[in-house]
Design a protein around this ligand. Structure first.
Ligand SMILES: [Zn+2]
Length: 369
Protein backbone atom coordinates (compact mmCIF):
# COMPACT_ATOMS: atom_id res chain seq x y z
CA UNK A 1 0.00 0.00 0.00
CA UNK A 2 2.64 2.46 1.13
CA UNK A 3 4.90 1.23 -1.62
CA UNK A 4 2.26 2.11 -4.22
CA UNK A 5 1.62 5.48 -2.66
CA UNK A 6 5.31 6.32 -2.73
CA UNK A 7 5.62 5.26 -6.35
CA UNK A 8 2.67 7.46 -7.27
CA UNK A 9 4.26 10.37 -5.41
CA UNK A 10 7.49 9.84 -7.30
CA UNK A 11 5.71 9.80 -10.64
CA UNK A 12 3.76 12.96 -9.75
CA UNK A 13 6.94 14.65 -8.58
CA UNK A 14 8.64 13.99 -11.92
CA UNK A 15 5.56 15.20 -13.77
CA UNK A 16 5.47 18.42 -11.71
CA UNK A 17 9.18 18.93 -12.32
CA UNK A 18 8.71 18.62 -16.08
CA UNK A 19 5.87 21.16 -16.01
CA UNK A 20 7.92 23.69 -14.03
CA UNK A 21 5.98 23.32 -10.76
CA UNK A 22 9.19 23.19 -8.74
CA UNK A 23 7.69 23.85 -5.29
CA UNK A 24 5.17 21.11 -5.80
CA UNK A 25 7.79 18.71 -7.17
CA UNK A 26 10.07 19.31 -4.16
CA UNK A 27 7.20 18.72 -1.75
CA UNK A 28 6.23 15.45 -3.49
CA UNK A 29 9.81 14.12 -3.55
CA UNK A 30 10.07 14.90 0.17
CA UNK A 31 6.79 13.10 0.88
CA UNK A 32 7.92 10.04 -1.06
CA UNK A 33 11.23 10.19 0.78
CA UNK A 34 9.48 9.98 4.14
CA UNK A 35 7.50 6.92 3.08
CA UNK A 36 10.54 5.10 1.67
CA UNK A 37 12.40 5.82 4.88
CA UNK A 38 9.55 4.28 6.84
CA UNK A 39 9.63 1.24 4.61
CA UNK A 40 13.35 0.93 5.20
CA UNK A 41 14.08 1.27 1.48
CA UNK A 42 17.31 3.20 1.81
CA UNK A 43 18.11 3.14 -1.87
CA UNK A 44 14.82 4.70 -2.95
CA UNK A 45 14.95 7.15 -0.06
CA UNK A 46 18.40 8.22 -1.18
CA UNK A 47 17.16 8.73 -4.73
CA UNK A 48 14.28 10.93 -3.50
CA UNK A 49 16.66 12.96 -1.37
CA UNK A 50 18.92 13.54 -4.35
CA UNK A 51 16.02 14.48 -6.63
CA UNK A 52 14.59 16.90 -4.07
CA UNK A 53 17.97 18.61 -3.69
CA UNK A 54 18.32 18.83 -7.44
CA UNK A 55 14.91 20.49 -7.78
CA UNK A 56 15.92 22.94 -5.08
CA UNK A 57 19.16 23.98 -6.73
CA UNK A 58 17.65 24.01 -10.22
CA UNK A 59 14.86 26.36 -9.13
CA UNK A 60 16.90 28.71 -6.93
CA UNK A 61 16.94 31.41 -9.59
CA UNK A 62 13.49 31.03 -11.06
CA UNK A 63 9.77 30.98 -10.32
CA UNK A 64 8.52 28.14 -8.10
CA UNK A 65 5.77 27.51 -10.66
CA UNK A 66 5.16 28.59 -14.28
CA UNK A 67 4.62 32.29 -13.67
CA UNK A 68 2.67 34.84 -15.68
CA UNK A 69 4.40 38.22 -15.78
CA UNK A 70 1.63 40.80 -16.01
CA UNK A 71 3.87 43.68 -17.03
CA UNK A 72 6.85 43.29 -19.35
CA UNK A 73 8.18 45.50 -22.12
CA UNK A 74 9.74 44.24 -25.33
CA UNK A 75 12.42 46.94 -25.04
CA UNK A 76 15.71 46.17 -26.80
CA UNK A 77 19.16 47.73 -26.63
CA UNK A 78 18.58 49.43 -29.96
CA UNK A 79 15.21 50.78 -28.74
CA UNK A 80 16.69 52.61 -25.80
CA UNK A 81 18.80 54.93 -27.91
CA UNK A 82 15.78 55.91 -29.96
CA UNK A 83 13.55 56.81 -27.06
CA UNK A 84 14.66 59.72 -24.82
CA UNK A 85 12.27 59.08 -21.87
CA UNK A 86 13.15 55.37 -21.81
CA UNK A 87 16.86 56.04 -22.23
CA UNK A 88 16.82 58.34 -19.22
CA UNK A 89 14.87 55.74 -17.23
CA UNK A 90 17.39 53.02 -18.09
CA UNK A 91 20.26 55.31 -17.14
CA UNK A 92 18.58 56.32 -13.92
CA UNK A 93 18.07 52.70 -12.93
CA UNK A 94 21.72 51.92 -13.81
CA UNK A 95 20.44 49.26 -16.15
CA UNK A 96 23.35 47.18 -17.37
CA UNK A 97 23.54 46.46 -21.10
CA UNK A 98 23.72 42.72 -20.61
CA UNK A 99 20.30 42.50 -18.94
CA UNK A 100 18.59 44.33 -21.82
CA UNK A 101 17.65 41.90 -24.61
CA UNK A 102 18.94 42.42 -28.12
CA UNK A 103 15.84 40.95 -29.68
CA UNK A 104 12.64 39.11 -28.89
CA UNK A 105 14.36 35.70 -28.87
CA UNK A 106 16.57 37.04 -26.05
CA UNK A 107 13.47 38.09 -24.15
CA UNK A 108 11.94 34.62 -24.52
CA UNK A 109 15.20 33.12 -23.27
CA UNK A 110 15.04 35.38 -20.21
CA UNK A 111 11.48 34.17 -19.63
CA UNK A 112 12.64 30.56 -19.84
CA UNK A 113 15.43 31.26 -17.36
CA UNK A 114 12.93 32.76 -14.91
CA UNK A 115 10.32 30.00 -15.44
CA UNK A 116 7.94 32.65 -16.74
CA UNK A 117 5.50 30.89 -19.00
CA UNK A 118 3.70 33.95 -20.33
CA UNK A 119 4.17 37.70 -20.26
CA UNK A 120 1.72 40.51 -20.91
CA UNK A 121 3.36 42.96 -23.31
CA UNK A 122 2.23 46.33 -24.55
CA UNK A 123 3.20 49.38 -26.56
CA UNK A 124 3.17 52.95 -25.27
CA UNK A 125 1.33 55.48 -27.39
CA UNK A 126 1.98 59.14 -26.64
CA UNK A 127 1.91 60.30 -30.25
CA UNK A 128 -0.65 63.06 -29.62
CA UNK A 129 1.61 64.62 -26.97
CA UNK A 130 2.75 68.22 -27.39
CA UNK A 131 6.08 67.34 -25.75
CA UNK A 132 8.86 66.59 -28.24
CA UNK A 133 10.17 63.63 -26.26
CA UNK A 134 6.92 61.74 -26.56
CA UNK A 135 6.07 62.22 -30.20
CA UNK A 136 7.92 59.13 -31.40
CA UNK A 137 6.89 55.57 -30.71
CA UNK A 138 9.35 52.72 -30.22
CA UNK A 139 6.70 50.03 -30.47
CA UNK A 140 3.25 50.18 -32.04
CA UNK A 141 0.15 48.08 -31.45
CA UNK A 142 0.83 46.32 -34.73
CA UNK A 143 4.37 45.63 -33.56
CA UNK A 144 3.01 44.01 -30.39
CA UNK A 145 0.54 41.97 -32.46
CA UNK A 146 3.42 40.74 -34.60
CA UNK A 147 5.31 39.50 -31.52
CA UNK A 148 2.22 37.74 -30.16
CA UNK A 149 1.69 36.11 -33.55
CA UNK A 150 5.23 34.77 -33.50
CA UNK A 151 4.98 33.44 -29.92
CA UNK A 152 1.27 32.90 -29.29
CA UNK A 153 1.85 30.67 -26.25
CA UNK A 154 4.29 33.03 -24.58
CA UNK A 155 2.85 36.52 -24.95
CA UNK A 156 -0.47 38.18 -24.17
CA UNK A 157 -0.90 41.47 -26.03
CA UNK A 158 -2.36 44.64 -24.57
CA UNK A 159 -3.15 47.70 -26.67
CA UNK A 160 -2.09 51.27 -26.00
CA UNK A 161 -3.54 54.48 -27.33
CA UNK A 162 -2.93 58.14 -26.64
CA UNK A 163 -6.33 59.31 -25.36
CA UNK A 164 -5.91 62.62 -27.24
CA UNK A 165 -5.85 60.87 -30.59
CA UNK A 166 -9.08 61.68 -32.42
CA UNK A 167 -9.50 57.99 -33.27
CA UNK A 168 -8.67 56.78 -29.73
CA UNK A 169 -11.90 54.84 -29.17
CA UNK A 170 -11.75 53.27 -32.63
CA UNK A 171 -8.17 52.22 -31.98
CA UNK A 172 -9.26 50.50 -28.74
CA UNK A 173 -11.85 48.59 -30.73
CA UNK A 174 -9.28 47.67 -33.39
CA UNK A 175 -6.84 46.46 -30.71
CA UNK A 176 -9.37 44.08 -29.21
CA UNK A 177 -11.33 42.97 -32.24
CA UNK A 178 -8.70 42.90 -34.98
CA UNK A 179 -5.41 42.52 -33.16
CA UNK A 180 -7.03 40.17 -30.59
CA UNK A 181 -5.45 41.92 -27.61
CA UNK A 182 -6.72 40.96 -24.17
CA UNK A 183 -6.71 44.39 -22.55
CA UNK A 184 -5.52 48.00 -22.74
CA UNK A 185 -2.60 49.82 -21.09
CA UNK A 186 -2.35 53.49 -20.16
CA UNK A 187 0.29 55.80 -18.71
CA UNK A 188 -1.47 58.98 -17.52
CA UNK A 189 1.87 60.53 -16.50
CA UNK A 190 3.23 60.27 -20.03
CA UNK A 191 0.14 61.68 -21.73
CA UNK A 192 -0.26 64.24 -18.96
CA UNK A 193 -3.89 63.56 -18.27
CA UNK A 194 -5.54 62.48 -15.03
CA UNK A 195 -6.89 58.94 -15.20
CA UNK A 196 -10.30 60.34 -14.22
CA UNK A 197 -10.29 62.79 -17.14
CA UNK A 198 -13.88 62.62 -18.30
CA UNK A 199 -13.24 64.11 -21.72
CA UNK A 200 -10.36 61.94 -22.85
CA UNK A 201 -10.27 58.81 -20.71
CA UNK A 202 -13.95 58.10 -20.01
CA UNK A 203 -15.00 57.24 -23.59
CA UNK A 204 -12.11 54.77 -23.65
CA UNK A 205 -13.15 53.10 -20.38
CA UNK A 206 -16.72 52.97 -21.70
CA UNK A 207 -15.47 51.06 -24.73
CA UNK A 208 -13.39 48.69 -22.56
CA UNK A 209 -16.46 47.89 -20.45
CA UNK A 210 -18.45 47.26 -23.61
CA UNK A 211 -15.73 44.95 -24.97
CA UNK A 212 -15.28 43.29 -21.57
CA UNK A 213 -11.51 43.82 -21.34
CA UNK A 214 -9.35 44.93 -18.40
CA UNK A 215 -7.39 48.15 -18.25
CA UNK A 216 -3.92 48.34 -16.71
CA UNK A 217 -2.71 51.82 -15.84
CA UNK A 218 0.42 53.28 -14.33
CA UNK A 219 0.05 54.10 -10.63
CA UNK A 220 2.89 55.59 -8.61
CA UNK A 221 6.16 57.26 -9.39
CA UNK A 222 7.99 56.45 -12.60
CA UNK A 223 11.51 56.37 -13.95
CA UNK A 224 10.18 57.38 -17.35
CA UNK A 225 11.54 60.86 -17.81
CA UNK A 226 9.58 63.93 -19.02
CA UNK A 227 6.46 62.60 -17.28
CA UNK A 228 4.53 64.23 -14.42
CA UNK A 229 3.63 62.00 -11.52
CA UNK A 230 0.75 64.06 -10.18
CA UNK A 231 -1.23 62.26 -12.88
CA UNK A 232 -0.41 58.82 -11.55
CA UNK A 233 -1.48 59.09 -7.92
CA UNK A 234 -3.85 56.33 -6.79
CA UNK A 235 -6.80 58.44 -5.73
CA UNK A 236 -7.76 59.40 -9.29
CA UNK A 237 -8.51 55.75 -9.93
CA UNK A 238 -11.15 55.70 -7.23
CA UNK A 239 -13.30 57.97 -9.42
CA UNK A 240 -12.76 55.62 -12.36
CA UNK A 241 -13.80 52.58 -10.32
CA UNK A 242 -16.88 54.36 -8.94
CA UNK A 243 -17.95 55.58 -12.38
CA UNK A 244 -17.19 52.28 -14.14
CA UNK A 245 -18.08 49.67 -11.52
CA UNK A 246 -17.67 46.72 -13.90
CA UNK A 247 -14.36 47.84 -15.40
CA UNK A 248 -11.49 45.57 -14.39
CA UNK A 249 -8.76 48.00 -13.46
CA UNK A 250 -5.21 47.06 -12.54
CA UNK A 251 -3.09 49.65 -10.73
CA UNK A 252 0.36 49.01 -12.17
CA UNK A 253 3.26 49.33 -9.72
CA UNK A 254 1.01 49.47 -6.61
CA UNK A 255 1.43 53.22 -6.13
CA UNK A 256 5.21 52.78 -5.79
CA UNK A 257 7.07 55.67 -4.25
CA UNK A 258 4.96 56.06 -1.13
CA UNK A 259 1.36 55.76 -2.25
CA UNK A 260 0.95 52.02 -1.83
CA UNK A 261 -1.48 52.37 1.08
CA UNK A 262 -3.68 54.60 -1.07
CA UNK A 263 -3.53 52.08 -3.90
CA UNK A 264 -4.56 49.37 -1.45
CA UNK A 265 -7.43 51.54 -0.23
CA UNK A 266 -8.74 51.81 -3.77
CA UNK A 267 -8.40 48.05 -4.37
CA UNK A 268 -9.95 47.38 -0.96
CA UNK A 269 -13.27 49.03 -1.73
CA UNK A 270 -13.76 48.07 -5.38
CA UNK A 271 -14.33 44.44 -6.34
CA UNK A 272 -12.80 44.92 -9.80
CA UNK A 273 -9.67 46.86 -8.86
CA UNK A 274 -6.37 44.97 -8.64
CA UNK A 275 -2.80 45.80 -7.69
CA UNK A 276 0.19 44.77 -9.77
CA UNK A 277 3.54 44.53 -7.97
CA UNK A 278 5.79 45.21 -10.95
CA UNK A 279 8.62 47.69 -10.98
CA UNK A 280 10.20 46.59 -7.72
CA UNK A 281 12.45 43.87 -6.41
CA UNK A 282 10.68 41.66 -3.83
CA UNK A 283 13.04 43.19 -1.29
CA UNK A 284 11.45 46.63 -1.60
CA UNK A 285 7.78 45.75 -2.03
CA UNK A 286 6.14 47.27 1.07
CA UNK A 287 5.43 44.89 3.94
CA UNK A 288 1.75 45.88 4.00
CA UNK A 289 1.35 44.46 0.49
CA UNK A 290 3.44 41.36 1.18
CA UNK A 291 1.38 40.51 4.27
CA UNK A 292 -1.96 41.42 2.68
CA UNK A 293 -1.23 38.95 -0.13
CA UNK A 294 -1.63 36.12 2.37
CA UNK A 295 -5.13 37.21 3.41
CA UNK A 296 -8.18 35.79 1.65
CA UNK A 297 -9.26 39.33 0.82
CA UNK A 298 -6.21 40.49 -1.10
CA UNK A 299 -5.04 37.08 -2.28
CA UNK A 300 -7.13 37.37 -5.46
CA UNK A 301 -6.24 41.02 -6.02
CA UNK A 302 -2.46 41.14 -6.13
CA UNK A 303 -0.77 40.31 -9.42
CA UNK A 304 2.88 39.57 -10.10
CA UNK A 305 4.77 41.55 -12.74
CA UNK A 306 8.36 42.66 -13.27
CA UNK A 307 8.44 45.69 -15.61
CA UNK A 308 11.09 43.78 -17.57
CA UNK A 309 13.75 44.67 -18.67
CA UNK A 310 13.96 47.32 -15.93
CA UNK A 311 13.59 44.47 -13.47
CA UNK A 312 14.92 41.11 -14.69
CA UNK A 313 12.68 38.05 -14.40
CA UNK A 314 15.26 35.56 -13.11
CA UNK A 315 16.69 38.30 -10.85
CA UNK A 316 13.23 38.98 -9.41
CA UNK A 317 12.73 35.32 -8.60
CA UNK A 318 16.15 34.70 -7.19
CA UNK A 319 15.45 37.49 -4.69
CA UNK A 320 11.90 36.21 -4.20
CA UNK A 321 13.25 32.78 -3.30
CA UNK A 322 15.47 34.33 -0.67
CA UNK A 323 13.02 36.70 0.99
CA UNK A 324 9.44 35.73 0.14
CA UNK A 325 9.18 32.12 -0.85
CA UNK A 326 8.48 30.95 2.68
CA UNK A 327 6.44 34.01 3.63
CA UNK A 328 3.73 33.42 1.06
CA UNK A 329 1.51 30.36 1.40
CA UNK A 330 1.35 27.89 -1.51
CA UNK A 331 -2.09 29.28 -2.34
CA UNK A 332 -0.84 32.88 -2.39
CA UNK A 333 2.03 31.93 -4.68
CA UNK A 334 -0.27 30.07 -7.06
CA UNK A 335 -2.69 32.98 -7.26
CA UNK A 336 -0.34 35.97 -7.24
CA UNK A 337 2.34 34.51 -9.51
CA UNK A 338 -0.01 32.98 -12.05
CA UNK A 339 -3.75 32.55 -11.65
CA UNK A 340 -4.82 36.11 -10.89
CA UNK A 341 -3.37 37.39 -14.16
CA UNK A 342 -4.98 34.62 -16.19
CA UNK A 343 -8.28 35.09 -14.35
CA UNK A 344 -8.45 38.72 -15.48
CA UNK A 345 -9.03 37.49 -19.02
CA UNK A 346 -11.17 34.50 -18.15
CA UNK A 347 -13.59 35.48 -15.41
CA UNK A 348 -16.36 38.08 -15.78
CA UNK A 349 -16.14 41.19 -13.56
CA UNK A 350 -18.18 41.44 -10.37
CA UNK A 351 -21.25 43.60 -10.88
CA UNK A 352 -22.33 45.29 -7.63
CA UNK A 353 -25.67 46.39 -9.11
CA UNK A 354 -26.42 42.86 -10.34
CA UNK A 355 -25.71 41.51 -6.87
CA UNK A 356 -28.22 43.94 -5.37
CA UNK A 357 -30.81 43.19 -8.04
CA UNK A 358 -30.43 39.44 -7.53
CA UNK A 359 -31.09 39.92 -3.84
CA UNK A 360 -34.32 41.70 -4.71
CA UNK A 361 -32.99 44.99 -3.39
CA UNK A 362 -34.49 47.99 -5.17
CA UNK A 363 -32.18 49.40 -7.84
CA UNK A 364 -33.72 51.64 -10.50
CA UNK A 365 -33.67 49.79 -13.84
CA UNK A 366 -31.80 52.63 -15.52
CA UNK A 367 -29.08 52.79 -12.84
CA UNK A 368 -25.60 52.08 -14.19
CA UNK A 369 -23.47 52.92 -11.15
ZN1 LIG B 1 6.13 49.48 -17.41
Amino acid sequence: MDQQKAEKLLADASEALKAGYYDESYRLFKEALAIYKNLGDEQKAGQCELEAEEVKSKSAGCAPLPAVDYHAHPVFRSTLKKDPPLYMAARHFRLKDEVVPENIADMVRHMDEGNVEKAVIMALDTTASDHWAFQGQFLTNDGVAEIVKTYPDRFIGYGAVDPRRPDAVEEVERCIKELKFKGMKFHPGAVRLYPNDEKYFYPIYEKCVELGVPVQSHCGTTGLYFTKIKYTMPLGYDDVAVDFPTLKLVLLHFGIGGWHDQAMSVAFRHPNVYIDISGASPRIIPQSIILAANTPFYQDKIIFGTDYPFVGMAQWFSTFNKVLKDVWTPETKRKVLRENALGLHEKPPVSPLDILRKEGIDVPPEAKR
